[in-house]
Design a protein around this ligand. Structure first.
Ligand code: AR6
Length: 167
């Protein structure tokens, strides 16, 4: 597992993860950036998927992105933490890692799901991201390279602190 500070749409990996909404038809934040960079063919494929539930994940091609594929997942909106948010966020990471393992992807980059417009506290979200990915690597053996792509320095420093506690 590694951390980078940068734009996920620039990552040359087998797949990047999108923090989408249940429509899968695009939005703002990282979702908007991914749709802009991938081009309009992406929304055509997304229309065929019939949306996505919170905590679930769906695969599309990457189109004009350097990444070959996109795993679209829908994080929970933060409502104080007692509405199942931790379990739903964990499911986003688990399902995304499962798809990557099933497809035998070697490299996968995640944004900090739910920590923007959906207001999930960054440190709590980071703990879940690292814990679930670490478990999935141990249980499924893949993908070999998991990149936490932080867009802001605050998230980057949070992940540095969390990852220093993992080997
Ligand atoms: N590369 C990497 N990370 C990014 C990028 C980028 N290009 N742009 C933003 N981030 P958000 P959410 C970070 O709001 O909270 C959309 O409208 C950002 O700094 O994109 O899951 C969807 O359609 C933050 O750390 O996603 C949904 O409606 C992280 O990505 C809703 O927003 C997630 O922020 C999803 O909200």
């Amino acid at each position: 597992m590694q951390i980078i500070l940068g734009d996920i749409t620039k990552q040359e990996v087998d797949a990047i993860v999108n923090a989408a909404n249940t429509s899968l038809l695009g939005g703002s934040g990282v979702d908007g950036a991914i749709h802009r960079a991938a081009g309009s063919e992406l929304v055509h494929e997304c229309r065929l998927l019939g949306g996505c539930k919170i905590g679930d994940a769906k695969l599309t091609k990457g189109y004009r992105l350097p990444a070959r594929f996109i795993i679209h997942t829908v994080g929970p909106v933060w409502r104080g933490g007692d509405c199942g948010e931790p379990e739903l966020l964990a499911e986003c990471y688990r399902k995304s890692m499962q798809i990557a393992a099933d497809k035998e992807f070697e490299s996968l980059a995640f944004p900090c799901i739910s920590t923007g417009i959906y207001r999930y506290p960054k440190a709590l979200a980071g703990e879940i991201a690292v814990k679930i990915c670490s478990e999935q690597i141990q249980n499924n053996g893949g993908p070999q390279r998991v990149i936490f792509c932080c867009f802001d320095r605050e998230n980057y420093e949070i992940y540095e602190r969390i990852l220093s506690n993992y080997s």
